[in-house]
Design a protein around this ligand. Structure first.
Ligand code: IDP
Ligand code: MG
Length: 237
């Protein structure tokens, strides 16, 4: 019975979080929002709030008393949903050289094995003007034209990855812009040799991540789901 309550509580909370998946939930108040929503007797989760009560609203002896079940449910939420506090999304693209060299699975595996979650993916060949928009901050650089020609020369695997600290750590997984300076163990360090063919792009900060995700993906192309791994990837002791 207790397990059933915990499972239902957790399911209800996850459903609440994915239905209300907006940046505010990914703020530092995320944990409080999730826990508060689940334990409020008049809140957005009436099914969950009614645990331990019969139809008249009184505590039912057939249920584990609310005094135990609700704090326990809140604890489960803290355990499983605490990571919502630092959640971020970043835009990652495997450029035409990475696609042509058959490095898609290798690169995706590195993000997956780390514990990050793939929430959007598509293979597209951008037009040159789209490439110019993507690299607009580099338009004064001498290599800008060649870079945009290259990005639009073939299929690019565009992705959105989600996870705690994924914007900054994604850049660490990728390595320095110039593969000659990338550390071994990084994607560019292990798999690329020159800056003009450094196989992968990753957003360099929260603002660019937001802009790039919006440029490459329609909102409905970016999914929200709870991965079964999350309770093992995230947690506080
Ligand atoms: P990043 O990809 O590590 O964020 P940026 O400075 O934003 O690096 O440059 C975007 C892309 O432009 C690089 O990934 C690389 O493909 C290309 N690039 C950067 N610097 C040079 C250069 O000096 N010569 C040729 N291409 C360059
Ligand atoms: Mg950049």
């Amino acid at each position: 019975m207790t397990t059933q309550i915990f499972r239902s509580a957790s399911r209800a909370a996850r459903s609440f979080i994915s239905k209300h998946n907006n940046p505010r939930l990914f703020s530092s108040e995320g944990r409080a929002v999730a826990a508060a929503a689940a334990v409020s007797s008049k809140g957005v989760l009436p099914a969950l709030a009614s645990f331990g009560r019969d139809n008249s609203g009184n505590t039912s002896s057939s249920w584990i008393a609310g005094a135990f079940a609700l704090p326990a449910a809140a604890y489960m939420l803290q355990d499983q949903e605490a990571h919502a506090a630092g959640m971020e999304r970043t835009f990652i693209a495997i450029k035409p050289d990475g696609v042509q060299r058959g490095l898609i699975s290798e690169i995706i595996a590195r993000f997956e094995r780390k514990g990050f979650k793939l929430v959007a993916i598509k293979l597209i060949t951008p037009t040159k003007s789209f490439a110019q928009q993507h690299y607009h901050d580099l338009k004064e650089r001498p290599f800008f034209d060649g870079l945009c020609d290259f990005l639009s020369s073939g299929p690019v695997l565009a992705m959105v990855w989600e996870g705690e600290g994924v914007i900054k750590y994604g850049r660490k997984l990728i390595g320095a812009t110039d593969p000659q300076k990338s550390e071994p163990g990084t994607i560019r360090g292990d798999l690329a040799v020159v800056v003009g063919r450094n196989i992968i792009h990753g957003s360099d900060g929260p603002e660019t991540a937001k802009d790039e995700i919006n440029l490459w993906f329609k909102p409905e192309e970016v999914t929200s789901y709870t991965s079964n791994q999350e309770k093992w990837v995230y947690g506080n002791n």
